[in-house]
Ligand binder design. Structure first.
Ligand SMILES: Cc1cc2nc3c(=O)[nH]c(=O)nc-3n(C[C@H](O)[C@H](O)[C@H](O)COP(=O)(O)OP(=O)(O)OC[C@H]3O[C@@H](n4cnc5c(N)ncnc54)[C@H](O)[C@@H]3O)c2cc1C
Length: 435
């Protein structure tokens, strides 16, 4: 199939949740568009995540407004394949014009005329506008401290699938956000000796007083926070819907048998060095946990909510040995560690987007997704407009805003076209009169 030669009004690149939401809003407004996806719809939910992953939020929350999950009940957590199926079904619902298996390899602004020339794996096309919906988490990042040690298996969490994939032996999991915590837990339950390197993190309660934390963050206005608080760029959020959804409690993981260690600092031969910050990181995580309980309690009082009290949520378990006597060095060979999983996050990759809308650090310049380069839009990036922007429930609202912007711009364009034709007509009539 070729992508065609007719100029496209709006090209959407990527058919994850962001591309599907964008297509829905453009369709509602009658904006002609095409979505190009290099793999399949919601591919990252199928092949970019580990086998046992379920959504971090309950099904009533982690979805678009227009459709409920088919299998998972509202208070449960949808398995990743069902999340992918959900977006396929959603796209079908309004017959989204999505072409799969076509990669966009280059976008350049046309010189002296409007629009963009777009190179794809299936030919070249022209588009008046381009919406970049290629994901918040595109390129797995492994920090440069990773050792060059051929005897160790090292993978990023994006490539982790299940415990059987790893060679026999212990595992060091670096990073304790939602991915690292869930992977470490799964490996330990599968009988592995696991070390989990814990940095700065938030760890909201899974639920409190009968309400999921997604609900609390919603009513407390946290998902709508427009800017990240300064200094929190490296603070991860540790939540999990695994095994029915439980609060991430590092002390419990320690008692369960996982050895918690501080931030991974460096490697020296077979020895890995950790910062002496484990207790501090855990204490800050506790503070974050307790502050959400406080905010929830005060919200309940102010609004007269009749929710069951839950004093036991404030009981913090005793410190496991690994927390009272934290390791600062570990000889991986002696400890029998054969694998390292780097749950250290992702970066974006916009090499293919050769337009003038990036700052000196390569970050897109935009306001709520409307870029500084006319006709280029970004969708699905973390904090695009608010904290919820990179998540399922947030991206839909950002897509709506971008679609509104496109509709307004199309009106300006239509006015220009009409005004041009009007301004040309009288001139012709006048010249007839003069002659
Ligand atoms: C482990 C993990 C678990 C998560 N769990 C949740 C959760 O439970 N709830 C939640 O709300 N959020 C969750 N997220 C966050 C977020 O919802 C997902 O990252 C989601 O996949 C983002 O959707 P997206 O459409 O913005 O990007 P993606 O899903 O990354 O989709 C982008 C699409 O663009 C395509 N693409 C990229 N480049 C090109 C190109 N040049 N040409 C054509 N196609 C291209 C890709 O193939 C991909 O299909 C999770 C993230 C991770 C990493």
């Amino acid at each position: 199939m070729t992508v065609g030669t007719t100029p496209i009004d709006t090209l959407v690149v990527g058919a994850g949740q962001a591309g599907v939401a964008m297509s829905e809003h453009l369709s509602r407004h009658g904006v002609p568009h095409l979505v190009l996806e290099r793999a399949r719809i919601a591919e990252r939910w199928r092949t970019g995540r580990w086998d046992s992953l379920v959504a971090n939020g309950p099904a009533w929350h982690d979805r678009f407004p227009g459709l409920e999950f088919a299998e998972t009940r509202p208070d449960a957590f949808a398995p990743k394949e069902e999340v992918a199926d959900y977006f396929v079904a959603y796209a079908r619902k309004f017959e989204a014009p999505i072409r799969t298996g076509v990669e966009v390899t280059k976008v350049v602004r046309n010189a002296g005329r409007e629009g963009f020339t777009v190179e794809t794996s299936d030919g070249v096309l022209e588009a008046r506008r381009v919406v970049v919906a290629t994901g918040p988490f595109q390129k797995p990042v492994i920090p440069p401290i990773a050792p060059h040690n051929a005897s160790l298996t090292q993978i990023h969490s994006a490539d982790y699938r299940n415990p059987q994939q790893l060679p026999a032996g212990g595992v060091l999991v670096v990073g304790a956000g939602s991915s690292g915590v869930q992977i470490a837990d799964e490996l330990q339950r599968a009988g592995r000796n696991v070390y989990l390197s814990v940095g700065a993190h938030d760890r909201p309660p899974r639920a409190y007083r009968g309400r999921d934390f997604c609900w609390w963050l919603g009513v407390l206005g946290e998902w709508d926070a427009e800017v990240m608080k300064p200094g929190r760029e490296h603070v991860t959020i540790a939540v999990s819907g695994a095994r029915g959804g439980q609060t991430v409690d590092f002390r419990r993981l320690g008692h369960q048998g996982i050895t918690l260690v501080g931030l991974t600092k460096s490697f020296d031969g077979n020895v890995v060095h950790f910062n002496a910050d484990l207790a501090e990181n855990i204490a800050r995580g506790d503070e974050n946990y307790l502050s959400l309980l406080d905010a929830a309690d005060s919200y309940a009082v102010r609004n007269g909510l009749d929710l069951p009290a839950e004093p036991e949520a404030r009981l913090i378990p005793s410190d496991p040995d690994c927390l009272t006597h934290p390791l600062t060095d570990l000889d991986l060979e002696q400890a029998g560690v054969t694998s390292i999983i780097w749950a250290t996050g992702y970066a974006t990759d916009f090499k293919w987007l050769q337009v003038d809308t990036f700052d000196e650090k390569g970050k897109p310049k935009h306001q709520r997704g409307v870029s500084s380069e006319r006709g280029v839009y970004f969708l699905g990036l973390p904090w695009l407009s608010r904290r919820g922007s990179a998540f399922i429930w947030g991206v839909w609202h950002d897509a709506k805003h971008i679609a509104d912007h496109i509709v307004t711009q199309r009106k300006y364009e239509a006015y220009y076209d009409t005004a041009q034709s009007h301004s040309q007509k009288p001139q012709r009539e006048e010249s007839v009169q003069v002659n």
